[in-house]
Design a protein around this ligand. Structure first.
Ligand SMILES: [Zn+2]
Length: 256
């Protein structure tokens, strides 16, 4: 257990100015050093950028306590297109190469590219992450990284981590000024509604392999899941049989 990091976590209570100064410095440095980021509203990013951002946060906010506690334990960074609700995740993986061997532990922080890339596209509403207004993808990414770092720190020090719990929220508030533990980045579900007025339960038509189908929107993630009545399909709780299609939202035509 790293007492230095733990003490820092209990005692720190940063002023708004101190937070602003440090996070602005990180904003500048990550952008400046990156071979991938093409501006505050970047159109591409790389796990290297996440690593760089993480290490700067660790240095400026936690006295490199995260790296110190991690030691040789690998920390990976990932970018996921498939995350359509969470903006970020922190996971611990443990495995043994043989039954009595030592446990290998590793961590990963992953960020959703889908949510970042479909937000800050000229939408009308204000975008907040962790309750703080963000003006560009870079700021949103920073708020997501701050949140995920606290998950990692909790996992490292106390094994379990929950952002719905008071301890987590106290840390993110004192270090980063977060006032919420959720994000309001634009999800595929919201986009489907604001751009195409389509939501779960709607009757829609679409073409697939040269055929025209009509069905019901069941779920919206990266694409919409459409259930089309078909006696050869699987039986659902309403007693009817449906075939499932995954269709891009823009291919759907709303029927009423
Ligand atoms: Zn969380």
């Amino acid at each position: 257990m790293n007492h230095q990091l733990q003490t820092a976590l209990h005692e720190a209570d940063l002023s708004r100015e101190a937070i602003f100064e440090r996070t602005s410095e990180i904003f500048e440095r990550v952008l400046y050093d990156s071979a991938f980021l093409d501006g505050p509203n970047f159109t591409t990013f790389h796990p290297f950028d996440l690593r760089r951002m993480f290490d700067l946060y660790d240095r400026f906010f936690f006295g490199q306590g995260c790296r110190e506690v991690l030691g040789d334990v690998p920390l990976h960074f990932g970018i996921s297109k498939r995350m359509t609700r969470s903006a970020g995740t922190t996971t611990r993986r443990e495995r043994r190469t043989h039954a009595l061997g030592p446990v290998h532990r590793e961590y990963e922080i992953a960020v959703s590219s889908t949510l970042l890339f479909q937000t800050f596209c000229g939408e009308e509403r204000t975008v907040t992450v962790s309750g703080l207004v963000c003006h560009n993808r870079m700021q949103a990414l920073q708020r997501v990284m701050e949140h995920e770092m606290v998950h990692l720190i909790e996992m490292l020090l106390w094994t379990n981590s929950s952002c719905a719990a008071r301890r987590f929220q106290s840390i993110t508030h004192r270090f980063f000024g977060h006032v919420e533990h959720t994000h309001e980045l634009i999800t595929p579900r919201e986009k489907a509604w604001t751009q195409y007025q389509i939501r779960a339960g709607d009757r829609v038509g679409f073409r697939f392999d040269g055929h025209h189908y009509t069905g019901i929107v069941n779920r919206i993630t990266k694409r919409a899941t459409i259930l089309v009545e078909d006696p050869r399909g699987s039986r659902y709780s309403d007693g009817k049989h449906y075939r499932k299609f995954y269709v891009p939202i823009q291919m759907l035509q709303k029927l009423d």
